[in-house]
Design a protein around this ligand. Structure first.
Ligand SMILES: [Zn+2]
Length: 191
C-alpha cells in the first residue's frame, strides 16, 4: 500500500512539473520546524478545503523572518500548549505572501475536528475579523488550492469551507469569511 501511495505522489509530482502551475512552498526545514511527535497518512485526494485565520502573529508577520518566527510560535503552542502531535494546519500563509508547509499534503491535520482526515486546512496568519489579509496572502491561498487540484491532492469538484461552517468559531474572521464566500467553490455551511 505504501508503495502505491508513493508511486501516486511521484506520478502527480511529475505531472505538476509539466503543468508548471504550483507556487513555491517553504518546506518545514525552511522554517525550522520541530519534528512531529507522530504522523498519520491522509488518503488523497480530499474533497474539502477549510480556510482558517491564526489570530496568533497578527501584525507581526509582514516579513519572512517575522513570519518564520510566528510559524515556530504557532507550532510550539500547538505541540506544547494544546498537546498536539505537530502544528495543526496543512499549510499556512504569511503576510509576506509566502506559503509555509504545515503538516503537508498527505498528513492528517488538527484544525477542524470531524474533518481532519478528509480536508486540507489552510491558515492565513493574522486576525481577519475587521480587515482583509494582504492581496499576496489571498492570491497564494487560491494558487495553493489550484495546485492541489492539478496534482490531484484535492478533487476537481472540491468544496471550500470557512472554519465557522463546520464548527462554532469566529474563524476565519468576518472579513476573510466574507471574502472567501465570493470564491466560486465556496460551499454552503455543512449540515
Ligand atoms: Zn480555524
Amino acid at each position: 500500500m505504501a508503495s502505491f501511495s508513493s508511486y501516486a505522489i511521484i506520478a502527480a509530482t511529475v505531472l505538476t512539473v509539466v503543468a508548471g502551475q504550483c507556487p513555491n512552498i517553504t518546506s518545514r526545514a525552511g522554517w525550522g520546524a520541530r519534528p512531529p511527535k507522530a504522523t498519520a497518512v491522509m488518503r488523497l485526494p480530499v474533497s474539502i478545503s477549510v480556510i482558517h485565520h491564526s489570530v496568533m502573529g497578527e501584525g507581526n508577520c509582514t516579513t519572512t523572518p517575522e513570519c518564520i518566527g510566528v510559524m515556530q510560535e504557532i507550532q510550539d503552542f500547538h505541540m506544547d500548549g494544546n498537546g498536539w502531535d505537530d502544528i495543526g494546519y496543512t499549510f499556512l500563509i504569511g503576510g509576506d505572501g509566502v506559503i509555509y508547509e504545515g503538516r503537508g499534503w498527505n498528513r492528517t491535520g488538527a484544525h477542524s475536528p470531524g474533518y481532519n482526515d478528509i480536508s486540507i486546512g489552510i491558515c492565513l496568519i493574522g486576525n481577519f475579523m475587521d480587515h482583509l489579509p494582504t492581496t499576496g496572502q489571498l492570491e497564494a491561498a487560491k494558487s495553493l488550492i489550484k495546485c492541489g487540484v492539478e496534482r490531484n491532492f484535492i478533487t476537481n469538484d472540491y468544496q471550500l469551507y470557512g472554519h465557522r461552517d463546520v464548527r462554532d468559531t469566529d474563524c476565519p474572521g468576518d472579513m476573510l469569511y466574507e471574502e472567501i464566500s465570493l470564491w466560486p467553490e465556496k460551499a454552503t455551511p455543512a449540515p
